[in-house]
Design a protein around this ligand. Structure first.
Ligand SMILES: [Zn+2]
Length: 214
């Protein structure tokens, strides 16, 4: 499958620099596992970062500062998620398989609203969830207080920005208000990361938001 919609280049740069919240980085890692185009962009960004580092003038550090720096490096956490181009077995992207297994349909989905089920994935930073939306169902219209990154894993949806099919990613910030609607006869399953709660525009969805946990 070849994606039509990719992450924003600035998101790929931030991913390469390791500066994204882990929930957002996981969605990008899952997209990279099936998108050669973006894997190349990340690898190019890493090369640029490496070149910039090599061009830095060496500075002399005091013994104390050097000891502090070495102690700090010892405490740096390892890369949280793999982004290798592993061909996934089943319908779960390779980076998520250690946590979720291979079959999206075997997860314990929780019903949130008619036609809408959710599965929360524990993430150290930000929110990461899977949504399973029935054909003909639309999400309440909403905008964002932060970033929202959505990767379609199965089926497709359409919104104000176009049509998104398996492998496509929607990389949205707070300026965009949209209302995704499933547009085939198949359930649409999406992996969604947010770094802040969604902002619903209608009164009823706003009242229901605490129960939706969105
Ligand atoms: Zn891509």
């Amino acid at each position: 499958m070849t994606a039509i919609h990719h992450p924003d280049p600035s998101s790929l740069m931030s991913y390469a620099a390791g500066s994204l919240p882990e929930s957002i980085a996981m969605v990008i890692a899952c997209h990279l596992s099936s998108c050669e185009h973006c894997r190349k962009a990340v690898s190019d960004a890493e090369d640029v970062g490496r070149t910039l580092l090599e061009q830095l003038e060496p500075v002399t550090m005091s013994d104390g500062a050097r000891d502090n720096m070495l102690a700090m490096l010892d405490n740096v956490a390892p890369e949280p998620f793999q982004s290798s181009p592993v061909k996934a077995v089943g319908n779960v992207p390779a980076p998520l398989q250690p946590m979720l297994g291979e079959d999206l349909n075997k997860l314990h989905w929780r019903t949130m609203a008619p036609g809408m089920k959710q599965f929360i994935i524990p993430a150290p930073e930000g929110k990461l969830r899977l949504l399973k939306i029935a054909p003909g169902t639309s999400m309440p219209k909403h905008s964002h207080t932060g970033s929202e990154l959505t990767l379609v894993l199965q089926g497709s949806y359409s919104d104000e920005l176009g049509r998104f099919r398996a492998g496509d990613i929607a990389d949205l910030d707070g300026d965009i208000s949209h209302q995704p609607m499933v547009d085939t006869h198949e359930d649409c399953i999406c992996l969604i990361a947010t770094d802040a709660p969604l902002k619903f525009t209608g009164l009823i969805p706003r009242l229901l938001q605490p129960f939706f946990d969105l």
